[in-house]
Write a protein that binds this ligand. Structure first.
Ligand code: GLY
Length: 378
């Protein structure tokens, strides 16, 4: 039997979306996951589809994030149709709320920055904001409407993408950790997984924060885990239409049911690969969301969890071909993996099928860390 056209290392939202996209090109695709697919960062995320930069470091990401957000309605429709599952896509916008004690944040600066980046954010009067979201705190100092933002049920989406890929003929192997890459004649010819050799024309590395654990990968993708703790609430009295967000935390409505499910987060912690929910983490999230919507004080906490974001030294994703033929990176999406899945899948298809790429991606090249090392050495 011939090997695969493409082996994808990692069965999260990124690996699954790439597999689904490539299967539609009739490529023979294998997804390998170290455990059960879709159970790491894709499962732990909040599902916010927010292209707005959270700090100056993420400004270079905005064009890619905007492009991916534009792809989302079609991506969701295709995945829902191919999988027969709903993924909870909500394009209802978000409110960015400025609260007391946020030194250095000003609404006019935020709006000017967003407009410069092509994001049509609007200033709201407080009465307008309260009319839109009656649960919003009366202590809000200023509020911006981000009408273009959306959200998705990331767990449902990840499951649906994997189901859609499988229906298109993608083979998905759980509990098959990849330990190293195979090389033949200067090119990458497959992987070693679960002690066996698996050969392929192309290898796509999409293993999130575990990418750098694979032998030979950290030179391209020096990923590291950043823990985020999360809380889910069931709210009978407080109802939100939009995402509410401040510099300290966020609340994402999952549905319009009553009681309503709300997902809130998060922490940014360097705790290695240890997934744990801590009193300090929960206290931070709960105090942030009660500042945003004090009426949530009496709601029921239905779930707490934590996940590991795949961070990189410059906090930007690692996307593109490497200097080894046959080896492509699609990892390090940090806080934006759910949002960036459609555009990542499209770019990988374009690289692998030899066409020109529809978007500039060079800022995210896997070669940037090699070049940085060379400069440090010289
Ligand atoms: N993407 C949400 C978070 O990182 O908390």
């Amino acid at each position: 039997m011939r090997g695969f056209d493409v082996v994808i290392v990692g069965g999260g939202i990124i690996g699954g979306s790439i597999a689904f996209e490539l299967a539609q090109e009739k490529l023979r695709v294998l997804v390998l996951d170290r455990q059960a697919p879709g159970q790491e960062a894709s499962w732990a995320a909040a599902g916010m589809l927010s292209p707005s930069p959270e700090n100056p470091d993420s400004i270079p990401l905005v064009p890619l994030a905007r492009a991916s957000l534009e792809l989302y309605p079609e991506f969701v429709a295709t995945v829902e149709e191919a999988s027969g599952r709903a993924v909870g896509y909500r394009s209802k916008g978000a409110l960015e709320v400025l609260l007391a004690g946020e030194a250095g944040r000003e609404l006019s600066t935020l709006i000017a920055l967003h407009h410069g980046l092509g994001l049509p954010t609007e200033a709201l009067r407080l009465e307008e904001a309260l009319e839109m979201e009656p649960a919003l705190s009366r202590q809000a100092l200023a509020v911006a409407l981000l009408p273009y933002e959306a959200s998705v049920d990331n767990r449902a989406l990840t499951e649906a993408v994997l189901a859609a890929a499988a229906r298109q003929g993608v083979e998905i192997r759980a509990a098959t950790p990849v330990t190293s890459l195979l090389r033949q004649g200067g090119r990458c010819s497959g992987v070693v997984a679960g002690g066996d050799q698996v050969s392929a024309e192309h290898v796509v590395l999409a293993a999130g924060c575990f990418s750098s654990e694979i032998e030979g990968v950290s030179r391209y993708a020096p990923t590291r885990p950043v823990r985020g703790q999360m809380v889910a609430l069931r709210s009978s009295r407080v109802h939100l239409t939009r995402v509410l967000r401040s510099a300290r935390g966020y609340i994402v409505p999952r549905d319009d049911a009553r009681p309503q499910k709300l997902v809130a987060g998060s922490t940014l912690e360097n705790a290695g690969f240890e997934k744990r929910v801590t009193p300090g983490g929960l206290a931070q999230i709960l105090s942030a969301i009660l500042e945003l919507a004090p009426g949530l004080a009496g709601t029921e906490i239905v779930e707490t969890w934590s996940g590991l974001r795949p961070d990189t030294p410059d906090h930007l994703p690692v996307l593109g071909p490497t200097d080894v033929e046959g080896l492509v990176m699609a990892t390090g999406h940090y806080r934006n993996g759910i949002l960036l899945a459609p555009v990542t899948a499209r770019l990988v298809r374009e690289w692998l099928t030899g066409g020109s790429t529809s978007l500039p991606w060079e800022n995210f090249s896997p070669l940037r860390f090699l070049e940085a090392r060379r400069h440090t050495a010289s």
